[in-house]
Write a new protein. Structure first.
Length: 162
């Protein structure tokens, strides 16, 4: 079309008229934004995959059998209770080990999302997904606590052998 522009328009500082802008800068900014978004999405999916893998791992021997001292405690998938027990149980590994900080933040986010969805959406649409994810967090907390208890039990047996 005669008289039409082929590029982006922007205001000229001096005269207040429209001029053709630089499209290379816009394309570069779009590539950066898409790259960062993809990296964040990959990191979130990778973190969640590790959470699922850890939550589905079997409990250490002796902690999942009926009659074990911690059996009643560890049968629950209640995240708050397991998180409280993990805070009380000492970490004798000397390192950072597996902690529940990021999972706790995810759990709180799911609780907020569940409350928001309950207020906005019809009952049950998002609640089932959020409840399943909160149960996953509980299973993860149970496995982390069992591993910590098993490690502490091993260190105690090693210490008592001297």
């Amino acid at each position: 079309m005669p008289g039409s522009t082929t590029g982006l328009l922007s205001r000229d500082e001096a005269g207040g008229r429209l001029v053709v802008g630089d499209t290379n800068m816009l394309i570069a900014a779009l590539i950066v934004v898409l790259s960062l978004t993809t990296m964040v999405q990959f990191a979130v999916f990778f973190w969640r995959a590790r959470l699922v893998r850890m939550a589905d791992s079997p409990l250490p021997m002796g902690l999942d059998t009926p009659g074990a001292p911690a059996c009643n405690l560890l049968q629950s998938n209640d995240f708050h209770r397991l998180h409280a027990y993990q805070e009380v149980c000492p970490d004798l590994t000397g390192g950072n080990g597996s902690n529940l900080r990021s999972v706790y933040l995810y759990y709180r986010f799911l609780q907020s999302l569940d409350a928001l969805a309950e207020a906005i959406l019809p009952k049950g649409l998002a609640a089932a997904w959020a409840q399943g994810e909160m149960e996953l967090c509980g299973r993860y907390a149970r496995v982390v606590l069992c591993q910590r208890l098993e490690h502490n039990r091993t260190l105690l047996a090693e210490f008592q052998s001297y």
